[in-house]
Ligand binder design. Structure first.
Ligand code: HDE
Length: 717
């Protein structure tokens, strides 16, 4: 198991050397260009070859008659190169197309041998290799990271008894109860078929039309309109297996289980206005964050938690445990932590690993089994199907990222791109070739399904126990802090304001009336809409489900700035001692910083020290940071005060409720930015190096949400 982080850009393998390949002169040299980057250093390097292995002498010019004549068909190098290029793309995933993956391991911290015979849960301390792919759902592969969307959280665990894929999301419930509605849900949120927009967003008529006609989706809507759908980074979000699964013990006795991933660094999201701006400033914000964290050795980590419960609990629970639009509050069934997941290695090649990884919900090892959740049952069909389309061959398990890391032996053979075929004469069983006859069944170790007794007529019927659509939506809403409730209302108003049809807006609000009266009234008011009658409800809302702290992001924050990023805007002549103290305090908090300066070449501080910048002010807006500091000299502050990007840096940080540290000279910038009269307890003057530590401690609260009432018309109203 690799445990060392790979620095971005560092390749695990070096290119194979062609034996004795001594490159005489490069193309650049022959052309007289001789630029440094074209020089062949050291003599012996890998020779460029065709895919068939023939060394290539000239990769710059096609073969043609004379210098200006027609190209020749016999140029096999050109033909092969273009042929391969033309076929580089594979179909993007129909959902979850935009994603980012990393390698790591799962380590068991608590044995579960009493409830499951799954090998991965037997030996405390044992590590199992893992690959995780995070994703957004609606956007295409090239869309931006900070769409308001559910995030995929798919984990492949290469156990000793086969791959186990927990293909989950960062939200513990789903929009629909039956897999047959999935194509409709996805069609509705994707760009409309006639105009092919909007991309990567749900703020449009088609989506809300479908939702307003699908009452079961309203619990999930509460989550997707909450800040959970705009996470600060993959590292600060939870993951959920969503469905109820089964554990099977050595005697095939079953208990139910739900899976949870809890981020070690706590939960955090961004503000919506910030998300919109991040998408412009850095569309790769989330993938860059993961890449940088792993590259710097700050390995992202989650705890694996399980909620284990039996049939008796399932019977007594207020909702059906097979209904994927419901979760089980942690207050009712505690989450037991049984292990940790650490991501410590970036991919060597995005396509080979992140793009080709093929998760399948039906990949479970012995000791783990499915429940009858109708969404899970449908997914078990869908994922295999989708991989065949995407990867083009039933042999997608031969691709290294998908291949199990335990021994495999079977009689499957042939097909496109077969890398492994049965050896010897027997490719069938039973056979009578004895020891040479290949693998045999293993009834003791092999996968066995839970022998559930199923009866009933063959029908298309939604169970009565799935009919309550609003009670848990309400429970989620009342579990949020006031600022989180406000963000949820704002999100609904924003999204519905993008719908052109007033009847769709109104129909959505008619459902909100069953969730919370003031929620419905505030959204209606935000839309300038008369409060509609409540929608017809299959069941009355249960109004006394207790709030649960586990559902709030704010209540599950980190309480420290560890893993976060401070943006320091500096100018020439800025106080060197203060700058140095700030950087030291950042390090002490296990956070990181970036220097933002008027020029990318950096600045010269008051003591003559030169500091390089990571961002020029125009390219490093404050939305890219969790908190900011402005350390300016008098002249520098005057310079910044005349710069629109510098003013935006300050006003956005303020509007997004960030903590702002500043040297007294920076007031000149704040004055021009119109902030001087508004500075509050989140704006901390750094009078000297000794204030740096206290500022970084204050940043641990992440945001001063109280400020929002002063910067947002909707909050003030
Ligand atoms: Fe998926 N889903 N899904 N899904 N899903 C896919 O498989 C599907 C659902 C989830 O990073 C597809 O390989 C159906 C719930 C993730 O590669 C496809 C239904 C949850 C990923 C598919 C669901 C998910 C996918 C598209 C309704 C959370 C990305 C490409 C029954 C528990 C995995 C692919 C990755 C991907 C089908 C509902 C999570 C088409 C039919 C619920 C994280 O097979």
């Amino acid at each position: 198991m690799a445990s060392k982080g790979k620095k971005p850009g560092e390749s695990a393998k070096t290119a194979p050397k062609a034996p004795g390949a001594k490159i005489e002169t490069s193309y650049a040299e022959r052309q007289g260009a001789g630029g440094e980057t074209h020089q062949v250093a050291g003599g012996e390097v890998a020779a460029l070859t065709t895919a068939q292995g023939a060394p290539v002498a000239d990769d710059q010019n096609t073969l043609r008659y004379g210098a200006r004549g027609p190209a020749l068909l016999e140029d096999f190098h050109f033909r092969e190169k273009i042929f391969h290029f033309d076929h580089e793309r594979i179909p993007e995933r129909v959902v979850h197309a935009r994603g980012y993956g990393a390698h790591g391991y799962f380590e068991l911290t608590k044995s579960l041998s009493k409830v499951t015979r799954a090998d991965i849960f037997q030996r405390v301390g044992e590590r199992t290799p893992a690959f995780v792919r995070f994703s957004t759902v609606a956007g295409s592969k090239g869309s931006f990271d900070l769409a308001r969307d559910v995030r995929g959280f798919a984990v492949k665990l290469y156990t000793k008894e086969g791959n186990w894929d927990i293909v989950g999301n960062n939200i513990p419930v789903f929009f629909i109860q039956d897999a047959i509605k999935f194509p409709d849900l996805v069609h509705s949120v994707k760009p409309a078929p006639d105009r092919a927009f909007p991309q990567a967003q749900s703020a449009h008529d088609n989506f809300w039309d479908f939702i307003s006609l699908t009452p079961e989706s309203f619990h999930m809507i509460m989550w997707t309109m909450s800040d959970r759908a705009i996470p600060r980074s993959f590292r600060f979000m939870e993951g959920f297996g969503v469905h109820t699964f089964r554990f099977l013990d050595a005697k095939d006795r079953s208990t139910f289980v739900k899976f949870h991933w809890k981020p070690k660094l706590g939960l955090q999201s961004v503000a919506w206005n910030e998300a919109v701006k991040i998408n412009g400033a850095d569309p790769d914000f989330h993938r860059r964050d993961l890449w940088d964290a792993i590259g710097s050795g700050d390995f992202p980590e989650w705890e694996l938690g399980v909620q284990i419960f039996d049939e008796d609990f399932a019977e007594s629970f207020a909702f059906d445990v097979l209904d994927p639009t419901k979760f089980i509050p942690e207050d009712e069934v505690p989450v037991q932590v049984v292990g940790r997941l650490v991501l410590d290695r970036a991919v060597d090649n995005f396509f080979a690993e992140t793009e080709q990884v093929a998760f399948c919900t039906q990949n479970v090892p012995p000791g783990i089994d499915f429940s009858n959740d109708p969404l899970l049952q449908g997914r078990n069909f869908s994922y295999l199907d989708t991989q065949l389309k995407r990867l083009g061959s039933p042999n997608f398990t031969h691709i290294p990222i998908n291949a199990p890391k335990c021994p495999m032996a079977h009689f499957q053979q042939d097909g496109h791109m077969a890398m492994r075929n049965p050896q010897g004469r027997a490719n069938y069983e039973p056979n009578s070739w004895g020891a040479e006859g290949g693998p045999r069944e293993d009834p003791a170790r092999g996968f066995r399904s839970f022998a559930a007794e199923e009866t009933g007529p063959k029908t298309r019927l939604r169970p009565e126990s799935f009919a309550d659509h609003y009670s848990q939506a309400r429970q989620f809403y009342i579990s949020q802090t006031p600022i989180e409730q406000k963000h949820l209302v704002d999100a609904l108003v924003f999204e519905l304001s993008k719908c052109e049809r007033p009847d769709i807006r109104s129909r959505v609000v008619s459902h909100l009336r069953h969730i919370d009266g003031s929620l419905a009234a505030t959204v209606a008011d935000g839309l300038g809409l008369p409060l509609p009658e409540p929608a017809k409800a299959a069941r009355p809302t249960i109004t006394d489900l207790p709030p649960s702290d586990a559902l709030s992001i704010v209540r599950n924050g980190p309480g420290s700035f560890a893993g976060r990023k401070l943006g320091i805007l500096v100018t020439d002549g800025a106080d060197a001692a203060l700058f140095t103290a700030l950087v030291a305090a950042v390090k002490k908090e296990k956070a990181v910083h970036e220097v933002v300066a008027p020029k990318i070449g950096g600045v010269t501080l008051s003591d003559g020290t030169k500091v390089a910048a990571q961002q020029k002010i125009d390219g490093g807006p404050s939305v890219l940071f969790d908190a900011v500091a402005v350390i300016a000299s008098k002249d520098g502050a005057t310079l910044l005060a005349g710069d629109a990007a510098a003013k935006d840096f300050a006003t956005d940080a303020f509007a997004h409720c960030k903590f702002i540290g500043y040297s007294s000279e920076a007031m000149a910038l704040f004055e021009k930015a119109g902030l001087a009269d508004d500075l509050d307890e989140g704006c901390i003057e750094l009078t000297g190096a000794r204030d740096a530590g206290a500022f970084l401690k204050a940043c641990g609260a992440l945001r001063l949400w109280e400020r929002e009432a002063r910067v947002d018309l909707d909050a003030a109203a």
